[in-house]
Design a protein around this ligand. Structure first.
Ligand code: UD1
Ligand code: MG
Length: 467
C-alpha cells in the first residue's frame, strides 16, 4: 500500500518568475504534472499535493486529474515542514509514503517502481533515491556506509569544503514507512543555514535508511533556475526523439526539431529540419512535415505533406498537401487529397475532399464542398464589424481570382464566380455569377486636349494647352 506526497508549495525564488516554479512548462506539461505522471506504475492509494505559494493557481492547473487531494502549507518553512502538513490527512494510514519533490520532472515511472520495490523488499524505514553527479553543486550530499546505509544528508549550503567533495546527492525522492516518519516529523528543527525545517534531517532519527543510486542521473535533475529548466528540456527532447526514431520515424537534423511528449507519430513519418510539434498533435504514417513548420494540437492524416506552414487546433485528412506558407487555425478541417498552398489562411472552415486553394486566400467561418477550386486571391468577408458570418461554397464550384464573398452567403454547387466579383447575394446551383462592373473599351479615346502623336509629331510631351 502506497500513498504519494508531492511537494509543490514553494515559490521557486531562483526562477525569478511570477509563476510558481512547479507550473513552469516543460515540453507541453507543467513540472508538477510530470511528477504526478511519474507515479503511473505504482498505483497509489492517494496522491496528496502540498500547495502554498499561489495555491489556487496550482490547484486549478491540476483540475480534472483524478485521485488528487490538495494539502495547504500556509507558510513555506521548508521541505520537512511541508511533509508535516500531511499528518492530519494520513491519520490511520499504515502503508508507505512516497515523497516526491515537485521540481524533479524527468523521473521515469520504472525508477519509482524500482525504488518502492527495494524499499519494501528490505523493509527499510526509509529509502532514498541518490545519484553520483559530475557536478553535484546545489544538491544535498548523501553520506553512506559501505552497505549504502545513509548516515547523514547535508545541504549544499551547509556543507564544509570537504563535504562538498562528496558527489553523491539526494534526488529529493524518498520512500518512508509512514508510521515511522509520522513519529519523527515533529522532532525536526530549523537549525541550518536557511532556518528551514529540512525533510532530509529525518535520516538522523530513522533506521535503516538505504540509498539507491539511479541508473541514469539525468532523471533526477532538479529545476531551481531557468538554466536547469532549459537543460531538462534538452534531456527530455533527446529522450522523446530517441523514442520516435526507434519507433520508425525519420528526423532530419534532429537538433533543429522539437517534439512535445504529448505528440504521437506513426511509423514512416518524416520530420524535416526546423519543425516543431506541440500539444496533442498526431501525425499519420507516411506524412512529411517540414522543413520549417509548426503543428500544434492538430491531427494530420497519412501521406500528408506540410511545408513551411503553421497548423494549430486543426485537422488535415490523408494525402493532402499543405504549403508552402499556409496557416490553418481555429478548427480548420481539410479533407482528403486537398491542396492548400502559398499564403493561404484558413480559420474555422471545413473543406471537402479534392479541393484546391492554391494561392493568396483567406477563408474564415466557411464550409466548402468537394472538388472546389478557390481562385487566387479569393477572400471570405466574414466579419461585419460586430459578428462573424458563414460562407458556404458547394461542390464543384470555382471562384475566380480576386473574388470577395460577403458573408452570410450561400454559393451553390457547380457555380462559377467570375474573377474580381464581389458576391453579396446567394447563388443557385449550376450558375455563372458576375458581380463586377462590366468592362468598357472605347476605341481611339484620349483625354481632352491631348493630341495624338500622329497628329502633331513636334509636340512630343503631350502638354496641356490651357490658356
Ligand atoms: C531539496 C533537498 C536536497 C535535494 C534537492 C533535490 C531538502 C532540505 N533538500 O533541495 O537535499 O538534493 O531537493 O532536488 O529537502 N517546497 C515546499 N514547501 C517548502 C519548501 C519547498 O513544498 O516549504 C517544495 C518546492 O516547491 C519544491 C520542493 O519542495 O518542489 C523542493 O524544494 P527546493 O527549495 O527546490 O529544495 P532544494 O533546495 O532543491
Ligand atoms: Mg529544488
Amino acid at each position: 500500500m502506497v500513498a504519494v506526497a508531492i511537494l509543490a508549495a514553494g515559490r521557486g525564488s531562483r526562477m525569478k518568475s511570477n509563476l510558481p516554479k512547479v507550473l513552469h512548462s516543460l515540453g507541453g506539461l507543467t513540472l508538477v504534472e510530470r511528477v504526478i505522471d511519474s507515479c503511473g506504475l505504482i498505483n497509489p492509494e492517494k496522491v496528496l499535493v502540498i500547495v502554498g505559494y499561489q495555491a489556487d493557481k496550482v490547484k486549478n492547473s491540476l483540475d480534472g486529474i483524478e485521485n488528487i487531494q490538495f494539502v495547504e502549507q500556509k507558510e513555506q518553512l521548508g521541505t520537512g515542514h511541508a511533509v508535516c502538513q500531511v499528518l492530519p490527512y494520513l491519520k490511520d494510514y499504515t502503508g508507505d509514503l512516497l515523497v516526491l519533490n515537485g521540481d524533479v520532472p524527468l523521473l521515469r515511472q520504472e525508477t519509482i517502481e524500482k525504488l518502492l520495490q527495494t524499499h519494501q523488499n528490505h523493509q527499510n524505514a526509509a529509502t532514498i533515491l541518490t545519484a553520483k553527479l559530475p557536478n553535484p553543486s546545489g544538491y544535498g550530499r548523501v553520506f553512506c556506509d559501505e552497505r549504502n546505509l545513509v548516515k547523514q544528508i547535508v545541504e549544499h549550503r551547509d556543507c564544509n569544503a570537504s563535504q562538498k567533495e562528496n558527489n553523491r546527492i539526494n534526488a529529493g525522492i524518498y520512500c518512508f514507512k509512514w508510521d515511522f516518519l509520522a513519529d519523527v516529523l515533529p522532532k525536526l528543527t530549523p537549525n541550518n543555514n536557511q532556518k528551514e525545517y529540512y525533510l532530509t534531517d529525518v535520516v538522523d532519527y530513522l533506521n535503516p535508511v538505504m540509498a539507491v543510486d539511479v541508473e541514469d542521473y539525468l532523471e533526477i535533475s532538479g529545476i531551481n533556475n531557468r538554466k536547469q529548466l532549459t537543460k531538462a528540456y534538452d534531456v527530455l527532447q533527446e529522450r522523446i526523439k530517441d523514442y520516435w526514431m526507434s519507433a520508425g520515424v525519420t528526423l532530419v537534423n534532429p537538433d533543429s526539431i522539437t517534439i512535445d511528449e504529448t505528440v504521437s507519430l506513426e511509423s514512416d513519418v518524416v520530420i524535416e529540419p526546423q519543425t516543431h510539434l506541440r500539444g496533442k498533435t498526431t501525425i499519420g504514417s507516411g506524412s512529411r512535415i517540414g522543413p520549417g513548420s509548426l503543428i500544434e494540437n492538430s491531427k494530420i492524416g497519412e501521406n500528408v505533406t506540410v511545408l513551411y506552414s503553421v497548423v494549430t487546433d486543426s485537422q488535415v485528412e490523408n494525402s493532402s498537401r499543405i504549403g508552402p506558407y499556409t496557416h490553418l487555425r481555429g478548427h480548420a478541417s481539410v479533407g482528403e487529397s486537398c491542396r492548400i498552398g502559398n499564403f493561404v489562411e484558413v480559420k474555422k472552415t471545413s473543406i471537402g475532399k479534392n479541393t484546391n486553394i492554391a494561392h493568396l486566400s483567406y477563408l474564415g467561418d466557411a464550409k466548402l464542398g468537394e472538388k472546389v477550386n478557390v481562385g487566387a486571391g479569393t477572400i471570405t468577408a466574414n466579419y461585419d464589424g460586430y459578428q462573424k458570418h458563414l460562407t458556404q461554397i458547394g461542390s464543384g464550384t470555382k471562384t475566380g481570382a480576386n473574388s470577395v464573398l460577403v458573408a452570410p452567403i450561400n454559393i451553390g454547387d457547380d457555380v462559377t464566380v467570375a474573377a474580381g466579383s464581389v458576391v453579396t447575394k446567394d447563388v443557385e446551383n449550376d450558375s455563372l455569377v458576375i458581380a463586377r462592373v462590366r468592362q468598357v473599351t472605347r476605341k481611339g479615346w484620349r483625354p481632352k486636349n491631348i493630341a495624338h502623336n500622329s497628329d502633331d509629331k513636334s509636340n512630343s510631351t503631350n502638354q496641356k494647352t490651357d490658356s
